[in-house]
Design a binder for this molecule. Structure first.
Ligand code: B12
Length: 208
């Protein structure tokens, strides 16, 4: 089955192959939903599971996400909430003062691969920008990344700004120095130590 080949191409970190096979399926009339769900998303789910099981590591996860992105480029213009039933909108960024973005990009790609609409604000993002964008985009979840202990307080001020704005938007946080104890302390809604877990956390929060 050809959609299965797309799955294999992503699992094989084959950017060009994923793109070619995705185009072939589109030309053959396969629906965007099928290509997305049975090809790209299921491959990223598999990657997430293998990562959690310790069978794959960050470099492989990045390469798979890159291949998935190559296929997504072709599907993106064809996607709409109606056809795919978008799973929700995520506004993501690295907090003020912090320029690390590898983990944040990985989370964003996995979120996209899981069917969320992702608005990536980049790095060094202040709390006002998170709040403003989340309101504009009617975001379900704001995802904050920080790699420096010195920028962790910016997570707390962003959570505070979201609460003060009276928004229902949930806030999830992550990055190497972040712990569950810190999450509890700042009153964020969720945390995960890795990208597949970030997807799972967002799924759970949006389901409520
Ligand atoms: C690469 C790197 C850099 C690169 C960043 C390039 C880039 N485009 O990102 C450069 C060279 C620019 C850099 C600069 C600096 N860095 Co630096 N850097 C690193 C390094 C080596 C790797 C980080 C990384 O990318 N890891 C791989 C990714 C995939 O992992 P991750 O980010 O943790 O993300 C995963 C999870 O945390 C989670 N996750 C991430 N975000 C989110 C968000 C949510 C919502 C969720 C749920 C999950 C989640 O999912 C991801 C995937 O599984 C780390 C050391 C380390 N081992 O962590 C130091 C490190 C983070 N850096 C450090 C420092 C000190 C700096 C500098 C201050 C150095 C300097 N003196 O200039 C500057 C700061 C610049 C700034 N203002 O941000 C320190 C921080 C120490 C501390 N306790 O604060 C570290 C720990 C190195 C060290 N041991 O001293 N750095």
């Amino acid at each position: 089955m050809a959609v299965r080949d797309i799955f294999q191409a992503v699992m094989g970190f084959d950017d060009a192959g994923t793109k070619i096979l995705t185009q072939k399926e589109l030309d053959a009339g396969t629906s965007v939903d099928t290509i997305l769900n049975d090809g790209l998303i299921s491959a990223m789910d598999e990657v997430g599971e293998r990562f959690s099981a310790g069978e794959l590591f960050v470099p492989e996860m990045l390469m798979a996400a890159q291949a998935m992105k190559a296929g997504m480029e072709l599907l993106k213009p064809l996607l709409s909430n109606e056809t795919t039933g978008s799973r929700g909108t995520i506004v993501i960024g690295t907090v003020k003062g912090d320029l690390h973005d590898i983990g944040k990009n990985l989370v964003a790609m996995m979120m996209e691969g899981a069917g969320f609409e992702v608005v990536d604000l980049g790095v060094d993002v202040d709390s006002e920008a998170f709040v403003r964008t989340a309101v504009e985009k009617k975001a379900d979840v704001i995802a904050l990344s920080a790699l420096l202990t010195t920028t962790m307080p910016a997570m707390e001020s962003t959570v505070k700004a979201v609460r003060e704005a009276g928004m229902a938007t949930r806030v999830i946080v992550g990055g190497a120095p972040v712990t569950q104890a810190f999450v509890d302390q700042i009153g964020a809604d969720g945390y995960s130590a890795d990208a597949p877990g970030a997807v799972e956390t967002a799924r759970q929060l949006i389901a409520f």
